[in-house]
Design a protein around this ligand. Structure first.
Ligand code: FES
Ligand code: FES
Length: 161
């Protein structure tokens, strides 16, 4: 068995200290060790975006990030963000726009969309489409997802005006 490495990481505001095999990917650590199943595993190759989480404030592919890379850092998953702020607004817009069906892609979509809303509040519809092009959805055809994200961008602009 491979040597275990110490890991000290804060996940959704809660500190965890454990030992972990160095080859463990972040999404496997979150799902299997912490029981946070909101981040999904699709392609395991960095292509589909289902595993998207935040590491130190930026979205990463959980299947391409080793858990030990999060040592000393802070991770946010959909479980820690759903009750407030941008994610809550996005969830409501996704429901209103029928932007999810099976829901497999949805947590990754929401995490990617959250970063867009926070960092590019002026994004055009074309920029929204490009931004989420790294997140695959087999069900919705994408238009409803783009509609939902554009709704949130518009709503936030209106409330700030
Ligand atoms: S499972 Fe990570 S990008 Fe597909
Ligand atoms: S809602 Fe099913 S994969 Fe996107």
């Amino acid at each position: 068995m491979a040597d275990l490495h110490p890991l000290h990481v804060t996940v959704n505001g809660q500190a965890h200290r454990c030992s972990i095999a160095p080859r463990t990917h972040l999404v496997d650590f979150l799902r299997e060790d912490l029981g946070l199943k909101g981040s999904h595993l699709g392609c395991e190759h960095g292509v589909c975006g289902a595993c998207t989480v935040e590491l130190n404030g930026q979205i990463v592919r959980g299947c391409l990030t080793l858990a030990v890379q999060a040592d000393g850092g802070s991770v946010q998953t959909i479980e820690g963000l759903s009750q407030s702020g941008v994610i809550r607004d996005l969830q409501q817009a996704f429901v209103a726009r029928n932007a999810l069906q099976c829901g497999f892609c949805t947590s990754g979509m929401l995490m990617a969309a959250k970063e867009l809303v926070e960092t590019r509040p002026e994004a055009t519809r074309a920029e929204v489409r490009e931004w989420i092009s790294g997140n695959y959805c087999r069900c919705t055809g994408y238009h409803a997802i783009v509609d939902a994200i554009c709704d949130v961008l518009r709503q936030r602009k209106e409330t700030q005006a």
